[in-house]
Design a protein around this ligand. Structure first.
Ligand SMILES: Nc1ncnc2c1ncn2[C@@H]1O[C@H](COP(=O)(O)OP(=O)(O)OP(=O)(O)O)[C@@H](O)[C@H]1O
Ligand SMILES: [Mg+2]
Length: 416
């Protein structure tokens, strides 16, 4: 394995495209060499709806990341999300040649067996992630290499996605002249950036509330047990404010970021929040000004966030693992910056909730130390920790392909 390697992650979000160039070395923190941030156009609820617009956003973000890092980018890990994503558990069983030790070949075969699930024509497998191996009926094996046995079984978490949505991400990459190292489901990437090993071991839920989506991933015994992407996020909060108050979306966005606060009010405080009764002046259409009460702002924001967290709770219960998450919930994504949200979410979910912010990096670390960058930072970490199975990405048939001046020869030992 090379001593260090440079990896590129592109997070194609609903509100922003974030490209990160980072150096990964064994035993060293992620060294951020470059970052490119551009407003995202042509993405709705995590899904590409306008190829041309997204291509421009990705190109602009890439360009910035290349300038800042001094690297010419040839390939990248790219995030994918959307309500079309689904997950299921799958088993892959293989016989081991008599007297042979279990090695990568058997593990690959088990992985391929777990991958071959029946799917409707419009869906394809995005990830096959090993959870545990069972060697001759003995469960709980994390790494069976070197063991002897007759039968190897793999329990895997399989993530599937809509073929069209996957193809659109590949098309965008092709248009900007990049190879896809791998497409990574957004919550799986975010989890790499903000969860601790102890949390993943104990049982924890990652909740990434972005602009257009809320992603959920359940980790138990250091493995992925459940993933989901809900089609609601911070943009819904902004739109609600715009509609209820009759103000432009940009004004509503500022009001949300600068004023809204969802800190739960203690039951003994009859007076409500500290700024109860106060009002704030905002611009309406045509430059006119009007006064709105802070209480109303808090209420509108709170009711949409309560709806989002009720959906999160339903999803956690639906997973069937709701009593296996003693480490509670780690909240990330841009909306996690909302004042009081961790505390409010904890009340709504009845679980401990902490804020997850990417940390422990070197280089341009400050620029990405925000919950909005959890996915982008998580992408190179995902590859470095080699959690997934190699993606079988199809090439996009036609179109111009740029000649990468430098192809990152990423390192990986994809099995544990
Ligand atoms: N200080 C803040 N308070 C409240 N909300 C905030 C704050 N800062 C950013 N946001 C919200 O975070 C959202 C963007 O988050 P993020 O950057 O994680 O989204 P994204 O990755 O582009 O979208 P998605 O992951 O949903 O596709 C926006 O709705 C924005 O209004
Ligand atoms: Mg996001």
């Amino acid at each position: 394995m090379p001593k260090s390697n440079v990896l590129v992650g592109i997070d194609v979000g609903t509100t922003k495209v974030g490209t990160i160039v980072a150096e990964i070395a064994e035993g060293a923190p992620l060294n951020v060499l470059g970052l490119g941030l551009s407003p995202s156009r042509g993405v709705q609820k995590g899904v590409i709806t306008d190829l041309e617009a997204v291509t421009e956003s990705v190109a602009s973000s890439l360009d910035k990341a290349e300038r800042l890092s001094g690297y010419k980018i040839g390939s990248a890990l790219v995030s994918i999300a959307g309500g079309h994503v689904a997950c299921q558990q799958s088993k892959g069983s293989v016989d081991v040649p008599e007297g042979a030790e279990i090695g990568p070949a058997e593990m690959h075969r088990a992985l391929d067996a777990a991958r071959s699930i029946e799917l409707p024509g419009q869906r394809e497998v995005l990830h096959v992630i090993p959870r545990q191996y069972v060697v001759d009926g003995n469960p709980g094996v994390k790494d069976p290499r070197g063991m002897t046995g007759f039968h190897l079984e793999l329990d895997a978490h399989v993530v599937t996605a809509h073929v069209g949505a996957v193809n659109n991400v590949l098309k965008v990459l092709d248009r900007v002249g990049l190879e896809a190292d791998e497409l990574v489901l957004q919550p799986l990437a975010s989890a790499q950036a903000v969860l601790t090993e102890a949390e993943r071991d104990l049982g924890v839920v990652l909740v990434d509330v972005g602009g257009g989506t809320t992603d959920v991933a359940v980790f138990i015994e250091d493995a992925i047990w459940h993933t989901a992407v809900l089609p609601l996020g911070g943009n819904n909060v902004t739109n609600d404010l715009a509609i209820v108050l009759g103000i432009p979306v940009e004004v509503a966005e500022r009001l949300k970021v600068e004023v809204a606060d969802v800190t739960p009010v203690p039951e003994y405080a009859n007076a409500g929040p500290p700024d109860a009764g106060e009002s704030v002046t905002v611009e309406t259409f045509g430059g006119e000004r009007k006064t709105v009460s802070r209480d109303l702002v808090h209420q509108v924001v709170d009711s949409r966030l309560a709806e989002i967290f009720s959906m999160v709770q339903t999803e956690i219960r639906r997973s069937g693992y709701d009593d296996m998450i003693p480490a509670g919930v780690v909240l990330t994504g841009g909306t996690a910056r909302m004042r009081g949200l961790a505390e409010r979410a904890s009340k709504l979910l009845g679980e401990p909730v902490r804020l997850g912010v990417p940390s422990g990096m070197t280089g341009l670390s400050e620029a990405v130390s925000s919950p909005a960058f959890a996915t982008a930072v998580g992408l190179p970490l995902w590859r470095a920790r080699s959690l997934g199975s190699p993606s079988k990405l199809r090439r996009v048939p036609s179109g111009r392909r740029g000649t990468p001046l430098r192809v990152f020869d990423w390192f990986r030992e994809f099995l544990p």
